[in-house]
Write a protein that binds this ligand. Structure first.
Ligand code: GRF
Length: 196
């Protein structure tokens, strides 16, 4: 009789600085997965609503201020304790230090609320992105899911999804369209990426 193939479990740590709607969506999506588990939510901010969402869903949380994130002693034991295989940045603002990128090669993924390489880099986060897209008069925007490298918003692209912008759209309605794409696609892309 052929032996049943044993698939490797992937344990995800989500890093989030803000509201955490993506964080919650990912936790909910994988709650019934046998293969992919969200084992930890990390924030640099103690007041990040992402932490509250995680707590409500029974996921362990930790606050790691920027200074601690930048030292191996400040972050590595925590990730090891939770058997972390990969990291998802879901609205996480601090830069990821090189030692962490080296420790998780091609295993740290970020979501950016625009079609990179446009509207990426320093200062391009949240409403700043959508205001820049509106000011440029673009006819489409979208989301970019990519690997994290030491250079902000510039790692290898995994997937992009776009949505049209009409002249009536405001930065707020653009943000809503982008949010819809995030909710519809981010967990599925992670599942495909880590299901082999
Ligand atoms: C999202 O728009 C994401 O693309 C960006 O930060 C935002 C986080 O939103 N990187 P939330 O905290 O998940 O609600």
């Amino acid at each position: 009789m052929p032996r049943k193939q044993i698939c490797k479990v992937m344990n995800i740590a989500i890093f989030a600085s803000g509201s955490g709607s993506n964080c919650e969506n990912i936790i909910r999506y994988f709650r019934t997965s046998e293969r992919i588990h969200v084992v930890l939510v990390v924030s640099n901010r103690p007041d990040a609503y992402a932490l509250e969402r995680a707590r409500r869903l029974g996921v362990p949380t930790a606050v790691v201020p920027k200074g601690e994130l930048n030292t191996p002693e400040g972050i590595m034991p925590l990730l090891k304790k939770h058997d972390t295989d990969c990291i998802v940045l879901a609205g996480f603002l601090p830069m990821i230090p090189d030692f962490l990128i080296d420790a998780y090669p091609q295993k740290i993924v970020n979501i950016h609320p625009a079609l990179l390489p446009r509207y990426g880099g320093k200062g391009m986060w949240g409403h700043h992105v959508h205001e820049a897209v509106k000011a440029a008069g673009d006819t489409e925007t979208g989301i970019s899911i990519h690997y994290v490298t030491p250079v902000c918003d510039s790692g290898e692209m995994i997937a992009q999804f776009s949505t049209p912008i009409s002249p009536d759209d405001t930065p707020e309605t653009i943000a809503m369209k982008v949010h819809e794409l995030e909710m519809a696609h981010f967990p599925q892309v992670l599942e495909q990426l880590w299901s082999d």
